[in-house]
Design a protein. Structure first.
Length: 260
């Protein structure tokens, strides 16, 4: 199922998406009781999707991201494929939702897009064995790991380069039933294709990454793991519309604006 987080008349809730653009009357959200990180029931109250504002589908306590998990991306940066996963954090304040404007950071002159498959954690977990990874994953969504590349090159730590406000758009919803092992991942800027890869090209799988991360830290319900980006990263500028599309999930679109 597809689970969306939304705002309507000042109220925030979750709903299960039913139908699509070809459905008579258009897609609707069946509002759920409670939240999706525990057992829940559908209320039967249905709201047309075009009547709500979609929000980031989760509010993570942390985003754990993986760098250089596609060999071609490592090469385009002039770097070697790492022997072990390169993990870094993006703070909760970096998260933006579908359609949200993303402010171009004033301290950078070279911000790049990075389309990624995002894993949404469904339950608190630590030291997860590989065969049980599926039990702790709620589902998957689209992500854009926006990066101030000039700052990343000039500073030893990536906190500012990767963690500025709005640098982690997520959405448009969580897909709970897709197989993440071989999905097309695409990024367009103003309708022009920039990135196109497949998750089967990842050096380390979703299972590998969850095992590696939870060896060190506890993941909480709603936390997000970014799985790396395929080759083709490049600059975005104020006024650009950036869209990340992942097969079987949907499209996440954000516009880059001048940061006030």
């Amino acid at each position: 199922m597809r689970i969306a987080r939304f705002s309507l008349d000042g109220t925030v809730g979750f709903g299960v998406l039913e139908g699509d653009a070809n459905t008579e009357g258009g897609p609707v959200l069946d509002i759920i009781k409670g939240h999706p990180f525990a057992e829940f029931e559908r209320s039967g109250q249905k709201i047309p999707l075009d009547k709500v504002r979609l929000l980031s589908p989760t509010l993570p306590s942390k985003v754990v991201a993986i760098g250089r998990n596609y060999a071609e991306h490592a090469r385009e940066l002039g770097q070697e494929v790492p022997d072990t996963p390169v993990a870094f954090f993006k703070p909760s304040t970096s998260v933006a939702g579908p359609g949200d404007p993303v402010g171009y950071p004033a301290f950078s002159s070279e911000v790049h897009h990075e389309a990624e498959l995002a894993v949404v954690i469904g339950r608190m977990c630590s030291q997860v064995p590989r065969e049980r990874v599926h039990e702790v994953v709620l589902g998957y969504t689209c992500a854009n790991d926006l990066t101030a590349r000039d700052i990343q090159r000039s500073e030893a730590q990536w906190a500012r380069a990767k963690g500025f406000d709005g640098s982690c758009p997520l959405g448009p919803w969580i897909e709970t039933e897709v197989d993440p092992s071989d999905l097309a991942v695409m990024c367009t800027v103003n309708g022009e294709q920039r990135q196109l890869g497949r998750t089967s090209e990842m050096i380390r799988s979703v299972e590998d990454l969850i095992v590696h991360i939870t060896e060190a830290m506890t993941l909480l319900p709603g936390d997000v793991v970014l799985t790396g980006t395929p080759a083709g990263v490049g600059p975005v500028n104020v006024g650009d519309e950036v869209a990340v599309t992942i097969e079987g999930i949907g499209t996440l679109t954000n516009k880059v604006v001048k940061r006030g």
